[in-house]
Design a protein around this ligand. Structure first.
Ligand code: MRU
Length: 372
């Protein structure tokens, strides 16, 4: 079959109803539950399999990436997306390339291709460097994946203190299972609250231009049975003014040492709106999203995407064919607009000049997992 998005010839598998699922265990309200979450990415021995997020929620297509070109393309076209998820995917991809390519220069060039596929989320670079420095690359990629599940579980647990019983929450873009290859970050925290018996109500910004909120966040919330309301991004202000939003929680793609945070375009505007309405603004992210080498957010590379994504809506062209557009995929929220970060090591509060560097000193998740 011909891939409708990039012309590559692949053999996708369709599943009619739910996504392929993986079972994992979570603790909610002191009760251990066994829950199902979609499996975004999977090691398949001779390929990395992934759910093509471009087709959701209407079609579930599982694809296989085998070559450097296919790995790069999956990330660049957002078939695989979300900062932690592209980290896990990139880690498996590098292990796969190592098993195929013996010539060192060719291998390095192939890895660079995957690593540079998207510039803003630091998780991709972090995961690839981790795999490259390991003796057993596949085992390291599998460890990164397993740690992500545990990391997400801990983030969700840590966020419990911030989400009240009947909280009305605003979120942006998509931070669920498909975005992390685990249980999700900001959205994982909302699922956890719901599983603990709370009754969150969630306002979901549609997230122009690629509609991750409308397509993926709403879909995952609906699957979980959480009360969700979709709004266009420009309805964020009136939602905060009239809908008694208690908190905003979003994810992140890269966080500088001072707490400045890159996330999906529109996040900065939401943070300003939240400050104006005196609504707490939380960022849920794993330590792998913190770039301790960057002093401030000024140096975070911001991906700029094609003007075509703005000049149309889905497949339909809306603007003049010649219309130019500025299409940054991310923006940077200054640290002073962020009430707290929720990480797998707990809630970090200002001053971030102290709490973020302190995060770097915590024991690695691999050490925590092996010590039980
Ligand atoms: O361009 P995307 O869809 O990859 O952007 C994703 C986001 O901005 C998410 O908020 C972020 O990666 C966190 S995912 C847990």
């Amino acid at each position: 079959m011909r891939d409708q998005h990039n012309g590559a010839v692949q053999t996708p598998r369709r599943s009619a109803g739910l996504l392929p699922h993986v079972l994992y265990r979570a603790r909610a309200g002191g009760v251990r539950l066994t829950v199902q979450t979609p499996e975004a990415v999977r090691w398949a021995g001779d390929a990395v399999e992934y759910v093509d997020q471009r087709s959701l929620p209407h079609e579930t297509i599982v694809r296989r990436a085998v070559s450097p070109e296919e790995l790069e393309d999956a990330i660049r076209t957002l078939a695989v997306r979300g900062a932690p998820c592209i980290g896990v995917f990139g880690a498996y991809g590098v292990a796969l390339l190592r098993s195929q390519i013996t010539d060192e220069a060719t291998f390095r060039a192939a890895v660079a291709r995957v690593r540079e596929a998207r510039p803003t989320a630091v998780n991709l670079r972090w995961a690839i460097e981790r795999v490259l420095s390991a003796n057993d690359m596949l085992a390291e990629a599998q460890a990164i994946h397993a740690e992500q599940r545990e990391t997400d579980r801990r983030i969700a647990e840590a966020a419990a203190e911030l989400i009240g019983r009947d909280a009305t929450i605003y979120t942006h873009c998509h931070t669920g299972s498909l975005a992390t290859a685990g249980g999700g970050t900001a959205l994982g925290a909302i699922f956890f609250a719901a599983r603990a018996g709370k009754r969150p109500r969630v306002f979901v910004g549609e997230t122009r231009p690629l509609l991750q909120g409308a397509r993926l966040t709403y879909y995952e919330l609906a699957q979980e049975g959480v009360d969700a309301t979709l709004v266009v991004d420009s309805a964020a202000a009136i939602s905060m003014q009239r809908k008694e939003i208690d908190l905003v929680i979003v994810g992140a793609d890269r966080i500088a040492r001072n707490g400045d945070t890159a996330n999906k375009i529109g996040t900065y505007g939401l943070a300003i709106l939240a400050a104006h309405h005196r609504i707490p603004f939380y960022v849920a992210a794993p330590r792998s999203t913190f770039d301790f080498d960057l002093a401030t957010g000024r140096d975070i590379p911001i991906e700029e995407r094609s003007a075509d994504e703005v000049g149309g809506f889905g497949e339909t062209r809306t603007a003049l064919p010649c219309a130019d557009a500025y299409n940054p995929a991310f923006d940077v929220t200054p640290n002073h607009l962020i009430t707290a970060f929720v990480t797998e090591y707990g809630v970090l509060r200002p001053p971030y000049g102290e709490s973020v560097p302190d995060l770097q000193l915590r024991p690695n998740m691999s050490a925590l997992l092996s010590s039980g």
